[in-house]
Design a protein around this ligand. Structure first.
Ligand SMILES: [Fe+2]
Length: 257
């Protein structure tokens, strides 16, 4: 099974870009499944129902989330109704939505998990470990392939969690920092891993945001409204080749479109 996972989608212009390119990308890369982290589709403010539904219509199979997802209240009903739109699994049970989903892909089912780290993250959530253990027990025997979008800041935290679940979750990839790392690997028990897959955002700025805004904020410590960078959109992510018979990762490759 060939799975494309794309990093944090930033700003409406990136949604437009993906809606234009995903159908042809699915054909060119012979993709079976596409996961997009959409927590910033409304530009650092979560994701609204319109971009979420558009992404699902144009070729995304699942939209994962992160610390910004619940900032857009309008998405709450969809988080409850549509299993293809996730928020991190370790939000309190009172929060709307779910952090796991079983999604059919031909004769197979993919278990998609979405969790948030706790180091240097706001809001500070419970440890993701018991939530992931519970989900793996709940869905045991019901899927061929499993993937986890681990939305977190610290590479050490991501690596520790990945080694803990090595061999039990087929692929674990980091999101949130917007900067891709070069540590893609297959862990000893067969889990595909990378600390961060990057972002799907306008280029020419700093992590998708206009350079002058970020520099001003760091240099003067005074506010300036965030604005998206103005270069062409670049989509960063990974291509996973997963063995449906074993839930092991055959290969993990960084992609940039
Ligand atoms: Fe984030």
């Amino acid at each position: 099974m060939r799975i494309l996972a794309l990093g944090d989608l930033l700003a409406p212009v990136s949604v437009d870009y993906l809606c234009r390119t995903l159908p042809s990308l699915r054909r060119e890369l012979s993709l079976d499944f596409v996961a997009v982290n959409g927590e910033n589709a409304s530009f650092l403010g979560g994701i609204g129902p319109d971009p979420a539904l558009r992404l699902l219509e144009c070729g995304a199979d699942v939209i994962t989330g992160g610390n910004h997802t619940l900032q857009t209240r309008a998405i709450y009903p969809l988080l409850e109704e549509n299993p293809r739109i996730l928020r991190p699994i370790n939000f309190p049970s009172e929060a709307p939505g779910y952090g796991s989903a079983l999604i059919e892909v031909g004769a197979h089912r993919v278990l998609v998990l979405n969790a948030m780290g706790t180091a240097f993250m706001e809001p500070t959530l419970d440890s993701p470990y018991p939530y992931l253990e519970k989900a793996l027990s709940r869905y045991e025997g019901q899927y061929s392939v499993s993937i986890l979008d681990l939305h977190a800041e610290a590479t050490g935290e991501k690596l520790a969690l990945a080694h803990t679940f090595d061999g039990r979750i087929g692929a674990i990839y980091g999101t949130h920092t917007h900067i891709p790392t070069a540590d893609e690997q297959i862990l000893p028990r067969g889990t595909g891993y990378i600390s961060d897959i990057g972002c799907t955002a306008p280029s020419g700025g700093i992590m998708g945001v206009r350079t002058d805004v970020i520099c001003h904020r760091f240099r003067t410590k005074t506010p300036m409204p965030y604005k998206p960078a103005e270069g062409p959109v670049v989509a960063e992510g990974i291509l996973l080749d997963m063995d449906e018979a074993t839930n092991r990762c055959r290969s993990i490759t960084r992609v940039k479109v």
